[in-house]
Design a binder for this molecule. Structure first.
Ligand code: VGL
Length: 218
């Protein structure tokens, strides 16, 4: 990395509900990222640390329970601002409900986050899901993340967290689209479907993301 390039560490959705043993949408190997994430926080020289947090209201459109349907199936749901049009929504178990333990950052991470961490909440609109930390899945509403990165003069974004095949993927791709040099730390991401990881890494590279090892960014 060029020494002058201002760099942000972006921690994607490291929340109790995405972690075993109790998370309602636990990523099976999710805890494996934690030592790497702690090390990045302890040893990294970051110009900005950002933590994204899924913060869903009760009855969120992405919850299977909202529709009386089975989790891990897909259904068409109304597209915002487009009467009569629909988008396909993957349905999940209820997760990261505002104000619940499952919504909180993992306890060890919480202790290690400095007071200057920028927390970006997403998925707060009941009618649309939000995998990317930059915007919802329909790009109808943007979070303050792009403004935070630009205000801090960030050039490079280092992405870690959960889950490789959903929120990490869409966040890293958006980061590339917005023109940031985007590095995804292989040891510090895990997927809902671990078999999909290599395919997702390939997709990320096609978009211009760099897959790196932790020692490349420390
Ligand atoms: C996520 C599924 C549903 C994630 C969020 O953080 O990757 N996955 N909502």
């Amino acid at each position: 990395m060029a020494p002058s390039a201002k760099t942000a560490l972006l921690l994607v959705d490291i929340q109790n509900d995405f972690l075993p043993p109790d998370g309602s949408l636990a990523v099976a190997e999710g805890r494996d990222i934690l030592p790497h994430v702690y090390r990045l926080l302890a040893e990294g020289k970051w110009d900005l640390v950002v933590a994204s947090q899924v913060d869903h209201p009760h009855g969120h459109v992405s919850f299977a329970s909202t529709h009386g349907a089975e989790p891990f199936t897909s259904i068409p749901v109304p597209k915002l601002h487009s009467p009569g049009e629909t988008v396909l929504q993957m349905l999940w178990p209820d997760h990261c409900v505002q104000g619940t333990h499952g919504c909180e950052f993992e306890a060890g991470l919480k202790k290690k986050l400095g007071e200057d961490v920028v927390v970006i909440q997403k998925g707060t609109n009941v009618a649309v899901d939000a995998y990317s930390a930059f915007a919802d899945n329909q790009y109808a509403f943007f979070t303050p993340l792009i403004k935070s990165l630009h205000s801090a003069g960030i050039h490079t974004v280092v992405v870690v967290g959960l889950a490789t095949d959903y929120c990490v993927k869409f966040t890293a791709i958006d980061s590339c689209k917005f023109g940031f040099r985007t590095l995804v730390v292989k040891e510090a991401v895990r997927g809902v479907d671990s078999k999909a990881t290599q395919q997702v890494f390939g997709e990320l590279q096609e978009w211009g993301c760099e897959l790196v090892s932790i020692d490349d960014v420390l």
